[in-house]
Design a protein around this ligand. Structure first.
Ligand SMILES: N[C@@H](CCC(=O)N[C@@H](CS)C(=O)NCC(=O)O)C(=O)O
Length: 221
């Protein structure tokens, strides 16, 4: 089956699926196509496959498109013969899915912080929201320092977390490094894996030429 991944070189969610594909030995079977997405700039190609207009999306020949990153990883895990990256049962499964959930939450909190600090026009930024979401990041880092299963076999949670934390640093969000030696040691080792080295982050978010607020307020006068 030929597969195409609607990707973005600066998306932690998209990178998670591609790192997963590398870890599963599937990367060679997937064509990767970069797409810019933003809720302020419609991407019709992406919307045609995912009504949420977000990447990643996995296109499979003759089958329906797959989103989001969690589901793409679950599908990919059925397509290889290596040990599963999503444990099938027991506490290992809940731990892997929980770490994946924290990683997703870190990405989402980080995106919110960026909207409220750099992405919105300054007059529309709401700093209490940025502070509230920064606090979620800090609490998540502390939880991970205490609870990450650093000795377990690599699983989807590790992949999601490594790609989330790498993106946090890429975007200069509140740092997880101070006071969290166990997390930092684990991440720095994970970042050396070929799957991570093959998928560097690059590029800027494109929110369009402008939201038109200035024009709208002028028009209202
Ligand atoms: N829950 C989704 C999140 C995907 C997501 O937010 N992707 C971003 C890129 S980092 C996007 O395409 N955003 C465009 C938008 O919000 O309209 C997943 O895990 O795949």
């Amino acid at each position: 089956m030929s597969m195409t991944l609607l990707y973005q070189t600066h998306s932690p969610f998209a990178r998670k699926t591609l790192v997963f594909a590398h870890e599963a030995g599937l990367a060679g079977r997937i064509k990767v196509v970069h797409h810019e997405t933003s809720p302020t700039v419609r991407n019709d190609v992406v919307f045609a496959e995912n009504p949420l207009g977000k990447v990643p999306v996995l296109l499979r020949e003759g089958l329906s498109p797959v989103f989001d990153s969690d589901v793409i990883c679950a599908v990919l895990d059925t397509l290889h013969d290596r040990p599963p990256l999503i444990p099938g049962s027991g506490e290992e499964r809940w731990q892997a899915l929980k770490i994946q959930a924290i990683a997703q939450g870190i990405n989402e909190a980080g995106i919110t912080v960026r909207w409220e600090t750099v992405r919105r026009p300054r007059a529309l930024q709401y700093l209490p929201l940025a502070d509230g979401y920064s606090a979620k990041l800090i609490a998540s880092y502390d939880w991970l320092e205490a609870s990450l299963d650093t000795d377990a076999d690599t699983h989807v949670g590790h992949i999601g977390l490594a790609t989330a934390l790498a993106w946090v640093e890429f975007r200069d969000l509140p740092s997880f490094r101070p006071g969290r030696p166990r997390l930092v040691e684990w991440l720095d080792a994970f970042a050396q894996r070929p799957s991570m080295q093959a998928t560097p982050l690059s590029g800027e978010t494109v929110d369009g030429p402008g939201l038109g607020y200035e024009d709208r307020s002028l028009a209202a006068e």
